[in-house]
Every structure is written in structure tokens, then in C-alpha cells.
Design a protein around this ligand. Structure first.
Ligand code: NAD
Ligand code: MG
Length: 393
């Protein structure tokens, strides 16, 4: 058994804490090299006490100074660094072989790419990074020999349902379709009219999964499924028309692959992110994730229905952005991040999230996404357009 050295980007979040839970179950297999957080210094301190990383990263110096003081008092030698450059450093550090990418949003792009370019095993939860930079990201994985393991439960499921080497297009392996399951979110079955007045707390109360607030809102608008559709296209070399979204309210089947002989292979499990996280950490082995085995008698039934793209236009907007290509997915992502923030802050109605994304899409020109500068510029300008729209409404 090889001892693996792990950096957890976004350690204090929902995915980050689940990752540390799994790591903590296997001290003989894993050492934590670095833990990063944005502002949650208390949570990071608790994690440092428990996992004793060599490095901890926070965004600003004031929080870092506080953490240094607390660590010194506790007699810990963890070094505390700050800022974006430090995130990149701990992602590409020589001492590290595995990086969990669990920062939310575009902020995760540069450190995740750094881990890829350093040839690490990259556990990708931060779907926004791949949505923004798809072609460039996948080329870098290939060129620098990184091992990319999807952590998003649907993509992790598809990965498990495909042949071990699935490169070169789905058709080559007899795969006819990827079936991407969706819970439908907390407002499944609601009309557009009913959605107008939903609150952030309602949107964040997901029926099956407990997650960060941004992805919870994305799940409620179905933008999450749209981002996942784009993510699946890049990860599995699929066209948007090869991916079917299937609403499956129980969230027990995490996704499926259909084959030309009529077989459909599915991965099932309780909705607990520690399963795909443990899969990514131990691949190609399997380890205990702390998750109970599925009890099919207790679940009793599984339901399936199509997604309602009239009530939830974000899914269509994402599919269109993928078909347009170039910087369109980066623009979609940036506008959505601004819209979700505004919604969570109480400045934007729920159904104006997709309105805002569509308006920014209409305004911003699309460029080929050949280099990182173009992608980052598209991101910045789309955010600016989104703030302008918010200021006018
Ligand atoms: P979260 O909000 O719970 O945690 C985000 C983490 O990133 C925190 O540690 C936070 O401190 C850090 N962070 C936030 N903004 C940052 C910034 N600007 N710079 C540096 N660090 C920053 O989010 P989450 O639910 O854990 O999701 C993380 C990622 O994983 C997202 O991209 C999400 O789409 C994806 N994901 C999450 C789940 C889930 O079940 N939570 C499932 C699938 C995919
Ligand atoms: Mg998912």
C-alpha cells in the first residue's frame, strides 16, 4: 500500500469536510499535506488540530495571523500562507500526489489547473473549473499525464459504468448514451408562477443532499444539471445530444451508461458524497467510506420523469452554451455565479436567475477559448455585464 499525500482545496466546505472524514478513517493510507479555506478560520483551526497538515491557506492576512497564533498555542507547526498564489503552491507542491479540488466556483480554476499541470491525481468536485475551461483543461490532463477522477456523484457513477479506458469517444466502446440523473431539486413539479417568490432558505433545503449554498441554489434552478451536462461532455468526450437528463427523485441511481447491445449499466448508492470521494482517493482500489450499504427494501421504488425545461430554463441555457462552444460556457458560469450570489443576498428573485444568465449571454460576444487569458477575460466581462444588469433592475 502506498502512502498518499493529499492537499484539500476548499477543506472547510461540504465536500472538504466529507473528504477529511474519509481520510481520517484511513490514517495508514493518507497524510494531509495542505488544507485551504477562504475565510472560515475557526473551522480550519479545528481541522488543523485533527489532521496536522504541513500547510494551511486562508485568503487574507488578518485571518492567517489569528490562525498562526492559535496554532502556536496548540503547539502545532503548521505553516499558514495566504492568497491565490498559496492555493496554487499547495496544489502543485512536490510533496503532494493527490489534490481534492473542492473550492466552489471560478476561484477554483487556477489551483486546479496547477494540480493538473503538475501531473497529480486530481479529484474534481469543482465543476465550474471544467465548465469554464473544458478543452484547455482536458488537453492539460493529457499533456501533463494527470489522473483525473470525477467526484461529482453523477460523473463518478458514469466513470464506474464505462470501460476502464474510455478515451476516444463513446461510440468506440459501444456506448450509445449517458443517462445523467437529477433529483429535480426542492421545487420539482412547481410551475414558473409558483417559483417567483421562493426564498434562499427554501432553495437551499435540498430533499436528498446536504451541500454548500451555491450548489444548492444551482440544484434548485437545474443549472447544476446544466453545468453537469457540460462537465460530462468534457470528461467523457460526449456530444450534448448523447446525454439524456433523467429526473429520479430518490437520488439512488447516481447515473447510467447505455450500450449498443441494449445493456444499461447504473451505479447505485445512498446519497452521500463520501462514496465518490473514497472511490477517487483509493482508485483503483475500494476502501470503507463510512457510508451504509443501500437497503433496497427500504427504498422500495425508483421513479423517473423528464426534466421540465419550461419551468427551469437553466438546463436549456447550459446545453445551448455547450453547443455554442468557445467562451460561452465560461460566460454562462460567470453570470450564474453573480446571479446566485445576488439571489442568496436577497437582491434577485429566483426566476430572475435564468433571466440574468440569458441577458448576459445575449450581450457577450463568443470567442474561441484557446488560452487561459481569453477564458479569464470572458469571465470578468460577463461578471461586469451581470452587475450592470443588476444595477439597472
Ligand atoms: P462549500 O461552499 O460548502 O465549500 C466551498 C469551499 O471553498 C470552502 O472551504 C470555502 O472556504 C472555499 N472557498 C469559497 N470561495 C473561495 C475563494 N474565493 N477562494 C478560495 N476558497 C474559497 O461548497 P461545496 O458544496 O463543498 O462545493 C464545492 C465544489 O464541489 C463546488 O464546485 C460544487 O459544485 C462541487 N460539488 C459539491 C457537491 C456537494 O455535495 N456539496 C456535490 C458535487 C459537486
Ligand atoms: Mg452532482
Amino acid at each position: 500500500m502506498t502512502l498518499r499525500h493529499v492537499t484539500v482545496l476548499g477543506a472547510t466546505g461540504s465536500i472538504g469536510t466529507s473528504t477529511l472524514d474519509v481520510l481520517g478513517r484511513h490514517p495508514e493510507r493518507y497524510r494531509v499535506h495542505a488544507l485551504t479555506a477562504h475565510h472560515s478560520r475557526e473551522a480550519l483551526l479545528t481541522q488543523c488540530r485533527r489532521h496536522r497538515p504541513a500547510v494551511a491557506v486562508l485568503d487574507v492576512e488578518e485571518d492567517a495571523a489569528w490562525l498562526r497564533g492559535q496554532l502556536a498555542e496548540a503547539g502545532l507547526v503548521t505553516e499558514v500562507r495566504t492568497g491565490r498564489a498559496a492555493l496554487v503552491e499547495v496544489a502543485e507542491a512536490r510533496e503532494v500526489d493527490t489534490v481534492m479540488s473542492a473550492i466552489v466556483g471560478a476561484a477554483g480554476l487556477l489551483p486546479t489547473l496547477a494540480a493538473v499541470k503538475a501531473g497529480k491525481r486530481v479529484l474534481l468536485a469543482n465543476k465550474e473549473a471544467l465548465v469554464m475551461s473544458g478543452a484547455l483543461f482536458m488537453e492539460a490532463v493529457e499533456r501533463y499525464g494527470a489522473t483525473l477522477l470525477p467526484i461529482d456523484s453523477e460523473h463518478n457513477a458514469i466513470y464506474q459504468c464505462l470501460p476502464a479506458d474510455h478515451r476516444g469517444g463513446l461510440g468506440r466502446h459501444g456506448v450509445t448514451q449517458l443517462l445523467l440523473t437529477a433529483s429535480g431539486g426542492p421545487f420539482r413539479g412547481w410551475s414558473r408562477k409558483e417559483l417567483v417568490s421562493v426564498t434562499p432558505d427554501q432553495a437551499c433545503a435540498h430533499p436528498n443532499w446536504s451541500m454548500g449554498r451555491k450548489i444548492s441554489v444551482d440544484s434548485a434552478t437545474l443549472m447544476n444539471k446544466g453545468l453537469e451536462l457540460i462537465e460530462a461532455c468534457w470528461l467523457f468526450d460526449a456530444r450534448p445530444d448523447q446525454i439524456q437528463v433523467v429526473v429520479h427523485p430518490q437520488s439512488v441511481i447516481h447515473s447510467m451508461a447505455s450500450y449498443s447491445d441494449g445493456s444499461v449499466i447504473a451505479q447505485l448508492g445512498n446519497p452521500d458524497m463520501r462514496t465518490p470521494i473514497a472511490y477517487g482517493l483509493a482508485w483503483p482500489e475500494r476502501i470503507d467510506a463510512g457510508v451504509e450499504t443501500l437497503d433496497l427494501f427500504q427504498i422500495a421504488r425508483l421513479d423517473f420523469e423528464p426534466a421540465d425545461e419550461m419551468a427551469f430554463p437553466c438546463l436549456r441555457l447550459a446545453r445551448e452554451a455547450m453547443a455554442t462552444g468557445g467562451t460561452a460556457p465560461a460566460v454562462l458560469n460567470a453570470a450564474n455565479e453573480v446571479a446566485v450570489d445576488a439571489f442568496l443576498a436577497g437582491h434577485l428573485g429566483f426566476t430572475d436567475i435564468d433571466n440574468l444568465v440569458a441577458r448576459v449571454r445575449d450581450e457577450r460576444p463568443v470567442a474561441p477559448a484557446g488560452d487561459l487569458e481569453t477564458i479569464l477575460e470572458a469571465d470578468v466581462l460577463a461578471r461586469r455585464a451581470a452587475y450592470d444588469w443588476l444595477a439597472r433592475h
